[in-house]
Every structure is written in C-alpha cells, then in structure tokens.
Design a protein around this ligand. Sequence first.
Ligand SMILES: *Cc1c(COP(=O)(O)O)cnc(C)c1O
Length: 415
Amino acid sequence: MTDVWHPFTQLKGFTPRGRVVRASGAWLELDDGHRVLDGISSWWVTLHGHSHPAIVAAIAEQAATFDQVILADFTHAPAATLAQRLAKVLPGDVQHVFYSDDGSTSVEVALKMAIQGHAQLGAPERTRFLAFDGAYHGDTVGAMSVGERGPFTAAFEPMLFDVTHLPYGDADAADAALAEHGHEVAGVILEPMIQGAAGMRFAPAPFLARLRQACDRAGAWLIADEVFTGFGRTGRMWACEHADVVPDLMCVSKGITGGTLALGVTACRDHVYEAFLHDERAKAFLHGHSYTGSPIACAASLASLELFATEGTLDRVSAIETTYQAHLPALAALPRVKNARVLGDVMAFDVQGGPGGYYDPVGRRICDAVFGEGLYVRPLGNTVYLVPPLCTTPDEIAWAMQRLTEATAAECRKE
Ligand SMILES: *Cc1c(COP(=O)(O)O)cnc(C)c1O
C-alpha cells in the first residue's frame, strides 16, 4: 500500500518504478543512483530540460517579488507580458489570452466560450460539438465528453454530454457532417496533426486545412487543442502551422512553462472575444480559477519562451527528427512493427500480434526492458513512442532508438 494515489494506475500490487531525487537536462536521477533518460518528457511537459537554470531563476525571482494576486481586479507584469508574447507567436490573429490551470481546464474554457459566445452572437441553437474518434482532451467532465469514449471514460458514460464523433483524418466525413448539421454546431475540437493519447495517431496537414474550410462554411468555430502539440513538439511552434491554419480558439498547456508548473491558456480571435463585450455584466465570461494567471507560472512561461530564441529550440527539434529518421528503418524492418512514424520530437511505432488497445501488454514489456538499460518510456497499449525533452542530443536520441530497436527485436523473437 502506498500513501499516494497514483494517476492512471491500478494500485493493487503496484510499486513505483523508482524514487526520483534529482533531474537535469533529459535525465532523471533515482535514489539508488541510477539515471534514466526521460523519454516522454514526464508526460509531455518538459521542454528545455529538467530544472533549467533560466526557468528556475525566473521562478525564484517572481516568488520572492510577489507570489499570487487575484486577476479579477488587478493586473500584473507576468500575466500581461506573457499574454503579449503569446499573441506574437500564436497563429494569425489568435491574440486574446484567458488563463486557467492545466490542459483540461483550457479545454473546458474553450467549450464554454464557444457555447456562450455563439449564444451572445444570436445563435443559441449552436449547442453541439463535433470531435474525433481517438480524441483526448483531458479528464474533467466536459473534456471527457468531447474525448473518445473508451477505457478512460467508460465508468463515467452516464454523466457525459452528447457529442458527434467523426473519423480522425477523414476530411470527407467532416465535410459531410458539417454540411448537414453545421447550423447547430458551436465548435469542432481536434488535436491538430497528432492525437497524443490515442497512440500518437497522425493526420496529414490537408485534413486540417479542409476542416478549417468546412468550419468556415458552417459558421462553426474550430478549436485547436495544442496542449500536447504546442511549443515545438511537432517541429513547428504550433501544429496548426503545418497547414497554415488559424483556429478560432486554441488550448495550450503542458510545455507552456517549460514543464515546471501547471498553467493553461485558452486563446481566441477577435470575433470570439468581442462576443463577450457588452453593457450587461451577465454577458461577461463568468469563469475563473483560484490561481488564474499565477505570476510564478507566468514568469516560468516567459523564461521558457525566451529560451526558444536563445537556445534555438526549434533547430534542436529538427536535429532530433533527423536522428530519428536515420534510425527508423532498422526499427520499421522488425517483423511485428507497423506504422513506424516521425514528426518533430515525436517517434512512434505499433507492435502487432497481441490483443491491441490500451491494455495490450506488449508495449509495457518493451518499456520494462529498456528501463533496465536507463531509458524511461511509457507505452500507450501496443504503441511505443518517444517524446523526449527538446534539449535531448542527437547522440542520446540515437542511443534511445537503439535500445528500443533491440528490446523490440527481442520481443519479436519470442513469437
Ligand atoms: C494532456 C492533454 C490534455 C489535458 O491536459 P492536463 O494538463 O492533463 O489536464 C488535453 N488535451 C491534450 C491534447 C492533451 O494531450
């Protein structure tokens, strides 16, 4: 029995992989002296490396200056400056920044903005959301509702609202659904380019571009959930850039603070923002969280954004991608490996021959094997993937690819 209730974990018979005592760069250090490479950026959050000195200093300085201030009646430099900096890097005219706590709350905010915003623009009949099979938008109730109905949501089915789920990557199906039901749709929410939790499923850029056009025709708002894909993970600052798409609303979190503190942002374009400007107080967006606009988290985020320029972060991602490509053929040639794929910092492959799905044990066996050699990865069923911190060197990437290739080859020999 442990004292901590671990997330996504059956606690019966559970022992943690280790106890972390320190971390720097891409590496975690355990109390038994072992070091492991954090191959999944600690659930896709760590960006420039663990405990990066520039971010640590920004956090310490802000914490000593002022720690937390209510953002309803006051403003402050960290929140205001971060909103400006984000507006500069976000796609197109996505420039109004609403702060919340994490990815799930950034999604809840987007859904609520879409419903209330349309109603206040004279379209109260727009109450439906379109989403995609395989989607993951978080674990709160609204975010679960727009997510895939599967293992993560099965126990909560009765409390989820009705959503139309379309096949991910199928532009014709999305066109048809929006042509038929578009008038009652408030928003279409998707993970652009890559569905993370579904097992790193890729959808090509033209799908995204056509979805943007279909939303425009239908008057539905496109909500890009870039909680995973944002901040360089796919090789561009935003996944939407691969298709030159400007969403109406955008959700970001995870890497926003470089992976140091929880912070969520829902950013939107002018027409969404303006739907809430009114003489009546009741037409305001009546939503907020205790730690909204946390000065310390915003300071961390500003320091992280600066590192993109000073450390050439996006160039680092392209070096990671090139190294993946060099090692991918050996992995892809293994008999049970299917669909080996790379985009930016993301490398993934599926191992066939088992039951498939989230509970397929094959991924876990491979991850157990490489952990013994110093590589930490966590599977999604029969999908094994790498999403390391963006500071990971090409040598470290090559080493990780070799460990995964060897462990997967050994797994293939068992059959
Ligand atoms: C992780 C994730 C979320 C949820 O973020 P949390 O910070 O865990 O609440 C939402 N959307 C996507 C695409 C994610 O990957």
